[in-house]
Design a binder for this molecule. Structure first.
Ligand SMILES: [Zn+2]
Length: 157
């Protein structure tokens, strides 16, 4: 069970910048950080690369290229940084998960056997969703606090 989520400001800045850069095509990547006693703390993301395929309604990331970048951060952190989830952009449309998003998120959470975070951004705003195996639908996260380092969220239900 996840009680709370902390996302560093740099994570939002990188997602928004990348989303604006690729708009009107979708962008995406992995979300990386720490898991600790019911809390998730995201500290970094991977960015779209030459091996990914973008369209207006989909983003297909190259599994290998993103894993390699995640692996580099994992090694640099002494094995502490974990894969927390996946972010992607909806440039110019609602930040609600699509049917494809729901299917992808379920598959990822099931495969990882861990709660996973799924931010959707549009260049200015972000919505965060958490997929936990004991719940059929992803929960939307609610911002409760923020400071100079990042933003804090709790699980809505
Ligand atoms: Zn989507």
């Amino acid at each position: 069970m996840i009680e709370g989520v902390l996302i560093d400001n740099i994570v939002f800045e990188k997602m928004e910048r990348s989303s604006r850069r690729f708009s009107p095509l979708e962008a995406g990547g992995l979300l990386l950080g720490y898991r600790k006693d019911g809390f998730l703390h995201a500290i970094d993301i991977t960015l779209p690369g030459a091996w990914d395929r973008h369209s207006r309604l989909a983003f297909h990331r190259s599994v290998k290229a993103h894993r390699l970048r995640a692996l580099r951060l994992w090694r640099k952190s002494g094995g502490l940084v974990d894969w927390l989830g996946e972010w992607h952009s909806h440039p110019g449309f609602a930040l609600n998960p699509s049917g494809t998003d729901h299917r992808n998120w379920s598959r990822i959470a099931k495969h990882r056997k861990a709660p996973m975070l799924f931010p959707i951004v549009d260049g200015q705003r972000a919505e965060l969703y958490l997929k936990q195996s004991h719940k059929a639908a992803p929960s939307k996260l609610i911002e409760t606090d923020n400071d100079e380092k990042g933003r804090y969220f709790c699980v809505s239900d």
